[in-house]
Structure formats: structure tokens, C-alpha cells
Design a protein around this ligand. Structure first.
Ligand code: TYD
Length: 210
């Protein structure tokens, strides 16, 4: 049992998870509560270097190599950043964690679950996962509009792939009582309020500010 809570902001590309995590960051900032924000792929200098490799269009690595890279970074990120913060009583808000690999990489790499299971003892089970759910068409349309042609290797995988990613996320959510599905097609201010309320509840923060 961790002293701090691990909260994952999850979902498809362009679902709004980063915007919502940043909003929670801003709200928590003035409370005096100890917390850290991080992300995957990345989060530490080692894993950020891997992020560049993974997402670069310069390389076309086999799906198995891609999964191994994600988990190599994740194990290091967990050991050097996530666990130490949690043990010191800080809450950790991460933009993505292992459910992203199960949703994305399992589509192209049948060994994903076996790699996940092998690494699992080195990972931390999240206290809460917020799944920002949008239909694949909406996510792709948002990506094309906001990325101005600069979509990374994974973002370029197309509608069929993203439909499968969404289904995988929703299937996992339906089997995990700690995952909360948030309809991220609603107006951003509503999604932010819902998100903040779930975070407050998870970390046991009580305030009458709202
Ligand atoms: P992310 O940083 O969320 O994207 P953005 O730069 O748009 O905020 O993630 C980068 C990409 O990596 C994204 O397309 C999803 C993908 N990804 C996986 O395929 N598997 C994983 O395990 C993770 C963590 C990310």
C-alpha cells in the first residue's frame, strides 16, 4: 500500500487527458499537498530519450521491439520516479501508464500481455485511472486539426487502429473497478470539473471551494 496515490490520465491521442492533468496540476498547486506530474513514454531522462526513439518516424522497428522499448522505459520510470515519490507520501499524476501499452501495442504485437506480465512485479497498480473517452473519429479529427501535419508515428496509424485502441481501453475499464470512464466529448469545462472532483475524492482532499 502506497502512502501517496497513483493516478493515471489515460485515453486516446487528443482525448484531452494532458489538458485535464495540467488543470489538476494547477488546482493542486496552491493546496500545499505533495504531488508530482509525469508522463509516459518518458518521465525520466532515460525514458525521455527512449520516447524520442519510439515516436520517431526515422525508424520502423518491429512491433515487438516497440513494446520492449515501452516497458524498458516504464520499469525505469517506475523505479526511479514513481515509487520513490509514492513512498514519500507524494501523489503521482501520470499522463499514461501501462494500460496504454495493453490498448495500443497489443493490436500489433501478440506478445504484449506476456511482456506486461513479466514486468508487472516492477510496476505499481494505479489507485485510480481516469479514462478520457472519445470516439476514434473525434480523436483523429482533433489530431489532424491540432497537430498541423506533425503527427508522430503512432498517431499516423489510422481510423481502424484507433477504433481498436478505444475498444481495448473500454474493455479494460469495464473489468477494473479503479478505472473511471469520462465522456470527453462534453464541453471541456465540464470534463475539468468532473476530473477535479474524482481526483479530490481519490486523494481525500476536502474543500468547500466548489
Ligand atoms: P502521448 O505523450 O500521450 O501523446 P501526445 O504527445 O499527443 O500527448 O503519447 C505518445 C504516443 O505514444 C501516443 O500516440 C500513444 C503512444 N503510446 C503507446 O502506444 N503505448 C504506450 O504504452 C504509451 C505510454 C504511449
Amino acid at each position: 500500500m502506497n502512502a501517496g496515490k497513483l493516478i493515471v490520465f489515460s485515453g486516446m491521442d487528443a482525448c484531452g487527458k494532458t489538458t485535464n492533468r495540467n488543470h489538476v496540476d494547477m488546482r493542486l498547486n496552491s493546496t500545499g499537498i505533495g504531488y508530482a506530474c509525469t508522463r509516459e513514454p518518458g518521465g525520466t531522462p532515460y525514458a525521455e530519450a527512449m520516447r524520442k526513439l519510439i515516436l520517431s518516424k526515422e525508424f520502423d522497428a518491429p512491433p515487438l521491439s516497440e513494446v520492449l522499448m515501452f516497458y524498458a522505459g516504464r520499469v525505469e520510470h517506475t523505479k526511479t520516479l514513481i515509487k520513490p515519490y509514492l513512498e514519500r507520501g507524494y501523489h503521482v499524476l501520470t499522463d499514461r501508464y501501462y494500460d496504454s501499452s495493453l490498448a495500443y501495442q497489443s493490436i500489433q504485437c501478440p506478445e504484449t500481455k506476456a511482456i506486461h506480465d513479466a514486468c508487472f512485479p516492477h510496476l505499481v497498480v494505479p489507485d485510480m485511472t481516469l479514462l478520457f473517452d472519445v470516439p476514434a473519429e473525434v480523436a483523429l479529427e482533433r489530431m489532424q486539426r491540432t497537430r498541423s501535419g506533425e503527427m508522430d508515428k503512432i498517431e499516423n496509424r489510422g481510423l481502424e487502429y484507433f477504433t481498436q485502441v478505444r475498444n481495448n481501453f473500454l474493455t479494460m475499464a469495464s473489468n477494473d473497478p479503479n478505472t473511471i470512464v469520462i465522456d470527453a466529448t462534453r464541453p471541456l469545462s465540464e470534463v475539468m470539473d468532473v476530473t477535479w472532483n474524482h481526483v479530490k475524492h481519490c486523494i481525500g482532499y476536502e474543500t468547500d471551494e466548489d
